[in-house]
Design a protein around this ligand. Structure first.
Ligand SMILES: [Zn+2]
Length: 322
């Protein structure tokens, strides 16, 4: 809760003419109100799994063009693009180059996008190194690594060995603070298009925006409750069609809901970057993990719009044209 925000001041008209001292106090209060920042909630956008393949809705090149254009129009100066490096054929390299040229940060999301729990530590770190070799020379590259599926392994030993291996390679973690089900909503839209089921694209964007903004609020509330402050957030999205179609509306809604869009490099400078969680419940992002470390019940750190049956029902109700 940001107590400096104007909406938290009650506005009662004084019933009598204020005394001079009171007037001075009111003037000072007014100056404080007018100069207070609109919001202390900061958020950066990140897009995983780039460059994703073409779909029935959008070709890969068109998706990249649309996403870059939407981000630019929405005033997003620097988003994070997390790359799966075995997708870097000629077209993939060109697309990643266009994101970098537009000012976005390029980072490592592995070579093969595999669950750590299904690999040995050695094989996993080799996979990261292979991606590093493909990415390091590209413009905009920053040595941040994001675990595919946010999976940091099934044992403490493996988790810690991979964390140490990444550090030895000069990597910092490309953690997220806000987890959500954008990928599932995109998959529902893809399935409908492939099956020839008509969808309302405006309703699709409204559904996406509602789900993502609710996830952002949920994780910010969790942070304030369990960490005592609102960190600069890193929002997990994917380089998918729904992002290309709806991210402009998403940014607009975030701004209307008192979020300030920030550069992703600034978000990763937040002190939360140094707070590595101890819990093994890591698949919901860093805020949820740290909340568990601070005593939050595990069942309480799962955000809204993550129940697949509920998402199926809402999608059928709101997005499919009857
Ligand atoms: Zn991924």
């Amino acid at each position: 809760m940001n107590l400096s925000h104007p909406r938290n001041f009650s506005r009662h008209a004084p019933s009598t003419r204020p005394a001079p001292g009171r007037l001075k106090f009111l003037l000072l209060l007014c100056v404080a109100c007018c100069t207070a920042p609109a919001s202390s909630r900061e958020i950066a956008l990140t897009f995983d799994d780039a460059p994703r393949p073409s779909t029935a809705l959008l070709g890969g090149r068109d998706r990249a063009s649309l996403l870059i254009d939407q981000l630019q129009r929405a005033g997003v100066e620097q988003a994070g693009i997390f790359v799966v490096a075995n997708r870097l054929d000629a077209e993939g390299i060109e697309r990643i180059g266009r994101y970098a040229a537009a000012g976005h940060m390029i980072a490592n999301h592995s070579f093969t996008h595999t669950h750590l729990r299904t690999m040995t530590t050695e094989a996993y770190l080799e996979d990261v190194a292979k991606a590093d070799a493909a990415l390091r020379g590209l413009p905009g590259f920053t040595p941040l690594f994001r675990f595919p599926y946010l999976d940091e392994g099934d044992t403490v030993e493996k988790r810690d060995a991979v964390r140490a291996g990444l550090q030895a390679m000069g990597y910092r973690q490309g953690y997220v603070t806000i987890d959500d089900y954008d990928w599932y909503i995109d998959a529902l839209a893809q399935k409908a298009v492939e099956q020839g089921t008509p969808i309302d694209r405006d309703a699709l964007c409204r559904f996406y925006v509602t789900a993502i903004t609710a996830a952002a609020d949920f994780h910010d509330d969790l942070a304030v409750k369990h960490l005592g402050r609102s960190p600069r957030h890193v929002l997990l999205l994917h380089e998918n069609d729904i992002a290309a179609l709806c991210v402009g509306q998403l940014v607009q809604a975030l701004k209307q809901q008192d979020w300030t869009l920030t550069r992703v490099s600034r978000a990763f400078e937040d002190p939360i970057a140094e707070q590595t969680p101890e819990t093994m419940l890591l698949g919901q992002g860093r805020v949820a993990a740290l909340a568990v470390d601070h005593g939050a019940p595990k069942a309480s750190v799962f955000g809204p719009y993550e129940e697949e049956a509920e998402l199926d029902r809402l999608f059928a109700e709101q997005v499919i044209v009857k």
